[in-house]
Design a protein around this ligand. Structure first.
Ligand code: ADP
Ligand code: MG
Length: 247
């Protein structure tokens, strides 16, 4: 990784509620990640972790609550403006399959950051080099391993110069031997001071990289604290039970 300066922002959710029909998926979530901080969100499947992340980049509009970036409410701001500031990396990469690796990064740079073709290509090549894929620019994503595809997705998100990055189970679809490389890349972003909100099942990553860990269950953050507190002294029976299953 290069050590290019990043401009990070704090991100905060206040009393976020989301329902799908009669199903209450988020039931009053408060969460703040300070600028440059890393928070990992853990919890069982279906507890609302992805919905929570989607609220942070305005892919999901909450029924109630507020979203703040750098201390300012952006809950009624232009969603595209928020997405420009908040990058997201998904479990299944979400690359354009019929485009080259380079184009996957160039196209959003042109449409979102309005860069010229030449400038976009230059930025894209720099970001690809950062994730170790300079030689893969002309290939289709399908010619790459899962780990390489996820690196492209990360490079694409970083090319937007986000102030906050969201990772939703970014390593869950990868073969085991490819997981560490992606986690190392994420740890590198954390150490560069980018604000990270990371949904993960990788408890080792949460313990070693996160400043704070939040445990979600049934649409609420049941417990949050330092990794040592959460993993070594879990208070609620639900967290104790969850940890006994995953550790
Ligand atoms: P997690 O990421 O923790 O597994 P999700 O946020 O994906 O949880 O989902 C929480 C709950 O909300 C689940 O019961 C899921 O089926 C439901 N859900 C998520 N998105 C939608 C949607 N668009 N419409 C209806 N139900 C949804
Ligand atoms: Mg999920």
């Amino acid at each position: 990784m290069t050590t290019a300066a990043v401009r990070s922002s704090s991100v905060e959710l206040r009393d976020i509620h989301v329902s799908f029909g009669t199903l209450e998926v988020l039931r009053g979530v408060d969460l703040k990640v300070p600028s440059g901080g890393t928070t990992c969100v853990i919890g069982p499947s279906g507890s609302g972790k992805s919905t929570l992340l989607r609220c942070v980049n305005r892919l999901q509009e909450p029924d109630r609550g507020d979203l703040l970036l750098d201390g300012e409410s952006v809950i009624t701001a232009d969603p595209d403006g928020v997405r420009r500031r908040v990058g997201m990396v998904f479990q299944h990469f979400n690359l354009f399959g019929h485009r080259s690796v380079l184009d996957n990064i160039v196209l959003p740079l042109r449409s979102v950051r309005r860069l010229s073709k030449e400038d976009a290509a230059e930025v894209a090549r720099e970001r690809l080099a950062e994730v170790g894929l300079a030689d893969k620019a002309p290939y289709r994503p399908s010619a790459l391993s899962g780990g390489q595809q996820q690196r492209v997705a990360i490079a694409r998100a970083l090319a937007m110069e986000p102030e906050v990055m969201l990772f939703d189970e970014a390593t869950s679809a990868l073969d085991p031997e490819l997981v560490k490389g992606i986690l190392d890349l994420m740890a590198g972003l954390a150490s560069r001071g980018l604000t990270l909100l990371v949904v993960t099942h990788e408890m080792g990553f949460a313990r070693s990289v996160a400043d704070e860990v939040a445990f979600m269950d049934a649409g609420k953050i049941v417990e949050h604290g330092t990794p040592d507190r959460i993993f070594d002294e879990p208070e609620s029976p639900r967290l104790q039970q969850f940890l006994s299953q995953v550790l």
